[in-house]
Design a protein around this ligand. Structure first.
Ligand SMILES: Cc1ncc(CN)c(N)n1
Length: 218
């Protein structure tokens, strides 16, 4: 089995994420600044949890080469994407907060906890399958919307988009896909696809909630 089998099977869903109005508007430079600021704060929390999740996966990798590659990926994640988010928060004079101090969206809390649960309770391959949409889908977004940046005069959105179009980010995603592919078999495909698809749906919901600035309330 190959990663491409997952891509084909989930095409309808991942294309919905890629074409989400939040994504379209940020690449066009038309997203309301208030929504972007809300997204930054929510996503900072998510990325923090996502790095924690990666640390669990590193501890679970059996093979030394995969462990080294994941450490390299975590390092890139911390110094490329996460570092840029911190810079953007500083630019807007926003302070990143912990979960107890901020109101999270329902999908943010559910997605972050879902990833942590899969990586700690399921096998290594399932954990990778759940985490990969988070990285890979932002690369697909960059490929799909890149041309819109020519007309985008919002410098901040340009900087944000540049992270996901960088050679470092592409390398990070390619390395993750290679690790997943090595652990993908006919036998585990159904389980892998289940987690891959759940995370794609969480990505969609994450954008929908931030687009509406909808924190969890009952
Ligand atoms: C929710 C979410 N998913 C993915 C990414 C890109 N790594 C992100 N920044 N935020």
């Amino acid at each position: 089995m190959q990663f491409q089998d997952l891509v084909s099977k989930n095409k309808e869903d991942w294309l919905k994420v890629v074409k989400h109005p939040f994504v379209d508007q940020i690449y066009r430079g038309e997203l309301a600044e208030e929504i972007f600021k809300f997204y930054l704060l929510q996503d900072h929390y998510y990325l923090n949890q996502s790095m924690r999740n990666m640390a669990i996966l590193i501890s679970k990798a059996e093979n030394l080469k995969e462990k080294q590659q994941l450490i390299d990926i975590l390092n890139l994640e911390a110094n490329v994407e996460f570092a840029k988010y911190q810079e953007l928060l500083e630019y807007y004079k926003l302070e990143a907060k912990s979960a107890e101090e901020m109101e999270l969206t329902y999908s943010n809390l559910a997605y972050s906890n879902y990833l942590l649960a899969v990586s700690s309770q399921a096998g290594f391959a399932e954990g990778m399958a759940a985490l990969i949409p988070c990285y890979w889908i932002y690369l697909k977004m960059a490929e799909y919307h890149q041309h819109k940046l020519k007309e985008n005069d919002n410098q901040i959105y340009q900087e944000w988009a540049a992270v996901f179009n960088s050679a470092d980010y592409k390398r990070l995603v390619e390395n993750m896909l290679a690790i997943l592919e090595k652990n993908l078999t006919e036998e585990n495909f159904k389980k892998i696809n289940y987690h891959f698809n759940n995370s794609i749906k969480f990505e969609y919901q994450f954008f929908s909630d931030v687009y509406q600035k909808k924190v969890w309330k009952i």
